[in-house]
Design a protein around this ligand. Structure first.
Ligand code: PEP
Ligand code: MN
Length: 362
């Protein structure tokens, strides 16, 4: 196996001037489409890494499943012309072998592969002893452990240069998004792996062009390190993901319109004011904890009382009243109904758990 030259270094940069930008078509379709798209993208001067899928995981058969090996040559050619490294998606060891044979600079594991530990392990095994950067997309289901598990498998294969890509999650309910972002999941990944570069893929989250700008901005405001945005020379006739791809010109507009904020300030006055406000938050949090503690004590008392009188824990009528009255009050306090519902649902769940323990001597 030929070792690829390390050109891309995935690392977190504090107060970056510019996010790390990945762009390119969803799929490599023809040599001309790949070269023209990549050349136009390189003219924007913002792209750090080119992308294109050559093996496409498609939901249904009889759809375009990628050109395969032949397209790797087009990508290398595009990289040679633009002097920008290229990335492809790999889903098995055969893909890894071919991508390395053509000296593709970066590999990524797609959402449909991250879900399957057998596939991820197969890829990890074929990467042993290879010095190639790898990006791991989140699994299609909102399971952070599965995402972390895939990253761990790649780390254990000896790969040091790793980035995580957040591309949203499947859900049965129809939402505004093609894949629901569940921002709390990448935020938790960042908490647990503070040094892993985190890239947002607004194309697969949105599924449509009109949401790309706002999702990209949200990712920047949440301190993501970079963006992966699909771009096609003629998106309307793209063979896959047509609705979410943008022309290189529109892609550049999205990047130019981003408001980049620093993650830290050196201004003393700002930092002092922030400290004062944070202290207020700390004190309020303590009060909240004291109140929750007091509430739970009463919950336990009620649990004992219900037990002595042989009464069930869950009282649907009481629960209905709680939710209705709390959301009504919450709305008047400018708190969203959804938020208040969620807060009281977790409190109620914990209360039931406590009473269950009391009733069953656990
Ligand atoms: C892609 O990046 O084109 C792709 C197939 O994405 P995902 O794995 O996120 O569905
Ligand atoms: Mn795509």
């Amino acid at each position: 196996m030929i070792l690829t030259e390390k050109k891309i270094k995935f690392e977190r940069i504090s107060n970056k001037q510019k996010p790390f930008i990945i762009s390119g078509p969803c799929s490599a379709e023809t040599s001309e489409q790949v070269i023209r798209t990549c050349v136009e993208l390189s003219k924007t001067n913002v792209v750090d890494l080119l992308r294109a899928g050559v093996w496409k995981p498609r939901t249904k058969p009889d759809t375009f499943e990628g050109v395969g090996e032949e397209a790797l040559k087009w990508l290398k050619e595009a990289s040679k012309i633009t002097k920008i490294p290229v990335a492809v998606e790999v889903a098995n060891s055969k893909h890894v072998e071919l991508a390395l044979k053509y000296q593709i600079d970066v590999l990524w594991i797609g959402a449909r592969t991250t879900v399957n530990p057998f596939s991820v392990q197969e890829i990890a095994d074929s990467l042993k002893g290879v010095n190639v950067p790898v990006m791991v997309k989140n699994p299609i289901n909102p399971d952070i452990e599965l995402w972390i598990g895939a990253i761990e498998r790649i780390i254990r294969a000896g790969i040091k240069n790793i980035a995580a890509i957040h591309r949203g999650f499947s859900s049965y309910e129809k939402t505004l998004y093609r894949n629901k972002p569940y921002w709390e999941i990448p935020i938790e990944l960042r908490r647990r792996y503070p040094n892993i570069m985190l890239i947002c893929d607004p194309s697969h989250i949105s599924g449509s062009r009109d949401l790309l700008q706002s999702i990209s901005q949200k990712a920047m405001d949440l301190n993501f390190d970079g963006l992966m945005i699909e771009s096609h020379i003629n998106p309307d006739i793209a063979w896959s993901d047509s609705k979410q791809q943008v022309t290189p010109i529109d892609f550049k507009k999205i990047i130019d319109n981003l408001i980049l904020r620093k993650d830290k300030s050196t201004n003393n006055e700002f930092n002092n004011t922030l400290d004062v406000l944070r202290e207020k938050i700390d004190n309020i949090d303590l009060e909240i904890l004291d109140l929750i503690e007091a509430r739970m004590k009463i919950v336990e008392e009620i649990g004992k009382y219900k037990k002595d009188n042989n009464i069930t824990i869950f009282q649907p009528e009481r629960w209905r009243q709680i939710i209705n009255s709390r959301t009504e009050i919450g709305i008047k306090k400018n708190l969203s109904e959804k938020f208040i519902k969620e807060v009281f649902e977790v409190i109620h769940k914990e209360s039931i758990k406590k009473q269950y323990k009391i009733m069953n001597y656990i």
